[in-house]
Design a protein around this ligand. Structure first.
Ligand SMILES: *[C@@H]1O[C@H](CO)[C@@H](O)[C@H](O)[C@H]1NC(C)=O
Ligand SMILES: *[C@@H]1O[C@H](CO)[C@@H](O)[C@H](O)[C@H]1NC(C)=O
Ligand SMILES: *[C@@H]1O[C@H](CO)[C@@H](O)[C@H](O)[C@H]1NC(C)=O
Ligand SMILES: *[C@@H]1O[C@H](CO)[C@@H](O)[C@H](O)[C@H]1NC(C)=O
Ligand SMILES: *[C@@H]1O[C@H](CO)[C@@H](O)[C@H](O)[C@H]1NC(C)=O
Ligand SMILES: *[C@@H]1O[C@H](CO)[C@@H](O)[C@H](O)[C@H]1NC(C)=O
Ligand SMILES: *[C@@H]1O[C@H](CO)[C@@H](O)[C@H](O)[C@H]1NC(C)=O
Ligand SMILES: *[C@@H]1O[C@H](CO)[C@@H](O)[C@H](O)[C@H]1NC(C)=O
Length: 753
């Protein structure tokens, strides 16, 4: 039957993770230097002059050529207090010994971590959050990323009013980025490359905010893209594309360069500082530092976001995509940031491979099936080996390809934008295909493309993505989840959908997965809530989003973790999945201000030198007077309990603020105690009689004296929750309890809240 005129090549390989190593070009490199301003001599007119003189003093008594003189790359005042400079290790060590220098840290690389999603999130035009907030109009979302493709229709400004009068930013032009690239939607565009050039070498890219990679365009349009009819990647996910806050304004801060999107933290801090100075309301960071940060003061993104929080800016960041590496992988965990994990939505991109022996195997694809249709012709099969490298193999002369993923479940398969007709199948199914090829002299197969499947025909959603990074974290275990799997959004015109040089295709929209994609959804929601409640603190907005989130899928079952196929835990899904229409009216919030966060930093043993990196004003730091009895006493919308023994009792105090529409409200507590923990709450009723009134309660956790069985990674853990309700509002917080065990995990977890 088959006409094996063309060999149908099967290219088997496994997805490999790429890491970017950078050549050391000189002994000098970029360092970020945090400085205490209480020591600044009055003789210097500006901070920059003072920093220059500090650097000059390092070199004045040695013989150095002018060429190798240290130079200042950035002066930081909004996102940190200090500067970035290109200096030698010897000079870095000299700086560390100066009394007014708080810390000297080497620059490091930062990493980049929808048509259907607003509907899945329950946002509608008819009523609720969208019409109530005029779709987030006049709220400014700052996006620190790989820039923007300004010609994308997602950034049209039809129907927009003038740029908000209080906006202080501007549109920085470049050879490929004329002033007309900005409009009433894209109201700011800046770029930062000093750290990148120092680390990587003089760059070949045009210096402008134009996006060559696509990531920044995708994130910006997800958070604040305008409404666009008939958007889709080929025919997949076709429909009206809209950002979550479609009338919000976008300010772009480019720090990732080239098609491979590489950037450094020195540039990112400069970008965040600019965003703070410009007056953004929401900061969307689909980025993380490479490597793990053992402490908040080593995490430059945590420091910069602290400054943003102090200015009332809501900071959202992605949890990272290293979930497959197991527990403790979550990034961006400081309590003043809102950390976002990734989950699936009720949409799949489906295909089947029909083997010559009659077997049908399910898979996933983003192949352009308009050109393919269902082709009844079967082609011969060939194993071409485990080709490491190019994910989108064009080579080997085949007319199609099958990629065997390491995923075990069909719903975990990543649909890929294959350059030739292609399909991704699971590891097990890959073995079936291989044994079929072995079993016959002329193996044949054909591919059937099913296109986009939405709704009841798909597995229940949301489910937690296997790549989404996991808690707990040694410092703060809470993360929150939002859609982040297979999200369609606008794409750059500089790269094909695979972002490979050989891919000459150009598409207006592309489908990507990652916590990078889930973060801007919550950024869009943050913009809508900022518009609905202009006077609320960032902590109140974060509390509203967390306490109203849900923990079940659209079939009513507990959330599933796709990495195990079993029930998910707060280490994976945090507080739960965002529910925008509930978040706008949470009833009660757990509020926090800068003093609370400073007390929190005191409670984890940080000294004033360390804390001064976060708060510029040293007079705000007094750990003796303003401290917490334990980090778990931070007025945070979740509870993490670390028992020191099997008979331990731990008590926390929490304060709730009435933000409901009814002035008088009676809230009653409901507890779902973690296994082997007794939970006592006092009082069990809270009677509010004023708007914005605050009332406190105490909650004690007592370990039931019983030997705990350690689960994986040596921890003994159990989960529960507490909920305050007046009948219509449900203010829910997850509880996580830990017990000590032989591996000494207790030591590591002392700082956990
Ligand atoms: C600098 O170089 C000059 C001439 O080579 C030499 O006389 C002087 O001692 C050097 N100074 C230092 C601080 O090394
Ligand atoms: C710029 O291009 C040259 C030649 O292709 C290459 O050697 C160099 O590494 C590039 N620079 C950067 C920063 O990528
Ligand atoms: C391909 O065939 C399947 C049934 O095998 C059908 O459901 C689907 O609509 C067809 N696709 C196209 C593009 O014709
Ligand atoms: C099937 O694919 C082959 C190769 O691309 C093409 O020559 C043939 O016309 C196709 N058949 C149909 C029915 O589309
Ligand atoms: C197929 O045959 C080759 C060579 O005989 C063997 O190495 C391989 O393990 C076989 N693969 C499967 C999946 O049976
Ligand atoms: C403050 O804490 C840091 C980090 O633990 C430490 O390196 C530094 O020596 C401490 N400073 C003082 C004055 O104790
Ligand atoms: C603040 O409280 C923590 C315990 O929560 C304690 O370890 C620390 O020493 C306290 N700091 C001061 C300055 O009292
Ligand atoms: C909570 O406990 C503290 C310390 O025991 C006590 O001072 C406070 O009055 C209690 N608060 C409530 C609401 O019972």
């Amino acid at each position: 039957m088959a006409t094996p005129s063309l060999p149908f090549s099967f290219i088997f390989f496994f997805l490999t993770l790429f890491t970017c190593s950078t050549p050391t070009l000189s002994k000098k490199s970029t360092y970020i230097i945090h400085v205490s301003h209480s020591h600044k001599p009055a003789t210097f007119a500006s901070a920059h002059e003072w920093y220059s003189s500090i650097l000059h003093s390092l070199t004045s008594n040695s013989n150095t050529s002018t060429k190798s003189k240290p130079n200042i790359l950035y002066t930081y005042s909004h996102s940190a207090t200090g500067f970035a400079a290109r200096i030698s290790t010897t000079h870095a060590n000299k700086l560390r010994r100066l009394p007014f220098v708080l810390s000297v840290v080497p620059d490091q690389m930062v990493e980049l971590t929808t048509t259907h999603t607003p509907g899945f999130l329950g946002l509608t035009d008819k009523s609720g959050l969208w019409p109530r907030t005029s779709y987030g109009s006049d709220i400014i979302i700052g996006v620190v990323d790989s820039g923007i493709w300004p010609e994308s229709v997602s950034f049209h400004d039809q129907g927009f009013s003038d740029v908000p009068a209080n906006w202080r930013g501007f549109c920085e032009v470049g050879p490929d980025f004329p002033a007309s690239s900005c409009n009433k939607k894209i109201i700011g565009a800046r770029f930062f490359y000093e750290g990148y050039e120092t680390k990587v070498g003089r760059m070949n890219e045009t210096k402008s905010a134009r996006d060559e990679n696509g990531h920044g365009t995708h994130c910006a349009s997800t958070a604040g893209g305008s409404a666009v009819r008939n958007a889709g990647y080929h025919r997949y996910a076709f429909g009206e594309a809209r950002g979550v806050a479609l009338m919000a304004r976008i300010a772009v801060y480019k720090v990732f360069w080239g098609k491979s999107a590489r950037g450094t933290i020195a540039d990112a801090i400069a970008a965040i500082g600019q965003a703070i100075e410009d007056g953004v309301h929401v900061l969307s960071l689909s980025i993380s530092t490479s490597g793990s940060n053992s402490d908040y003061y080593n995490d430059q993104l945590a420091i910069a976001s602290f400054r943003a929080m102090q200015k009332g800016i809501l900071v959202l960041a992605s949890a990272g995509n290293t979930g497959r590496q197991g527990s403790f992988t979550v990034k961006n965990i400081s309590p003043w940031m809102l950390t976002v994990a990734a989950s699936s939505i009720d949409r799949q991109f489906s295909a089947q491979i029909l083997l010559g022996d009659g077997r049908v195997i399910k898979g996933s694809t983003l192949s352009d099936f308009r050109k393919l249709k269902n082709n009844s012709t079967s082609y011969s099969l060939l194993i071409t080996g485990q080709a490491a490298g190019s994910t989108f193999c064009i080579a080997a002369g085949g007319i199609g390809m099958v990629l065997v993923d390491r995923a075990r479940l069909v719903e975990n398969l990543e649909p890929l934008p294959f350059v030739i007709p292609g399909i991704t199948v699971t590891h097990t199914d890959g073995n079936h295909i291989k044994s079929y090829i072995n079993s016959t002299t002329y193996p044949v197969a054909s591919i059937v493309f099913k296109g986009t499947i939405i709704g009841p025909a798909t597995p229940s959603a949301p489910r937690l993505a296997p790549f989404s990074s996991r808690g707990p974290n040694k410092i703060t275990p809470e993360i929150l989840t939002a859609p982040g799997v297979n999200i369609l959004a606008a794409w750059t015109g500089a790269s094909g959908p695979t972002a490979l040089d050989i891919d000459t295709r150009r598409v207006g929209y592309n489908i990507l997965s990652g916590t990078s994609m889930s973060c801007p959804h919550v950024s869009g929601l943050g913009a809508l809530l900022r518009k609905a409640h202009p006077s609320w603190s960032s902590a109140s907005i974060k509390s509203a989003i967390m306490t109203t989130s849900y923990n079940h899928d659209n079939a009513g079952n507990n959330l599933i973790d796709l990495s195990t196929g079993r029930q998910s835990s707060p280490f994976v899904h945090g507080s739960g999945h965002i529910d925008p229409e509930k978040a706008v009216d949470p009833g009660l919030v757990y509020d926090l201000d800068t003093n609370d966060y400073v007390a929190f930093l005191c409670s984890i043993g940080y000294n004033s030198t360390t804390i001064e990196q976060f708060v510029q004003d040293p007079s705000m730091i007094n750990c003796r007077a303003n401290n917490l009895s334990s980090p778990g006493d931070l007025n945070y919308p979740s509870f993490s309990v670390v028992f020191k023994s099997l008979k331990d009792t731990i008590t926390y105090t929490r304060v709730l603020k009435n933000v409901g529409s009814s002035v008088r409200a009676v809230y009653q507590v409901r507890v779902s105690a973690p296994e082997n923990v007794r939970v006592d709450v006092f009082p069990t009723l809270l009677l509010f009689s004023e708007y914005q009134q605050t009332l406190s309660y105490n909650i004690s956790f007592t370990s039931v004296d019983k030997v705990q069985t350690p689960t994986s990674n040596g921890l003994s853990i159990s989960f529960g929750s507490i909920e305050w309700t007046d009948g219509s509002h449900h203010v829910r917080s997850p509880i996580t309890a830990y017990w000590p065990n032989k591996q000494g995990v207790q030591e590591d977890l002392v700082a956990t809240i």
